[in-house]
Design a protein. Structure first.
Length: 148
């Protein structure tokens, strides 16, 4: 007959592994017993009318009635600018070598890009000009620019 293949060190390793498993289960049971827990009710948080997080549910008496038609979804439409209105302004910057510059509108202080192709006379920085605006894919541009 053959003798058992189990040696002293194998038995010791097995005992250690079992002891480790039992200790782990005991620790888990202790954590469950000592945790404040209480289930889902202790985990729920509410947001009050001021946006603060609280643990008390909101009072239904303070509930506001909201008309669903008054809710605007999307971006509000911008005011349509008159594209061809004649405007007055001053040349803030103009680089003749590169062929572009910026004109500052005297009414609303907005700056408009101007290209040398849209200028009928030669302009330089500081000149007062009259111009029209036109929408491009990058924004409003000054077109038909004349000294004024």
């Amino acid at each position: 007959m053959a003798s058992s293949q189990e040696t002293f060190s194998k038995r010791e390793k097995e005992k250690k592994r079992l002891k480790k498993r039992v200790d782990k289960q005991q620790k888990l049971a202790e954590r469950k017993a000592n945790s404040p827990g209480g289930g889902l009710d202790n985990m729920i948080a509410y947001v009050d009318e001021n946006g603060r997080i609280t643990d008390t549910p909101p009072d239904p008496a303070h509930r506001k009635k909201i008309n669903p038609e008054s809710i605007q979804i999307g971006v509000p439409k911008r005011e349509v600018e008159e594209a061809n209105a004649i405007r007055k302004g001053r040349v803030e910057f103009f680089n003749a070598a590169k062929g572009f510059g910026f004109i500052k509108d005297s009414e609303n202080q907005e700056k408009y890009f101007v290209h040398v192709n849209n200028v009928s006379e030669e302009i330089k920085e500081g000149d007062t000009v009259i111009f029209e605006t036109e929408r491009s894919f990058k924004g409003m541009n000054a077109v038909r620019v004349k000294k004024g």
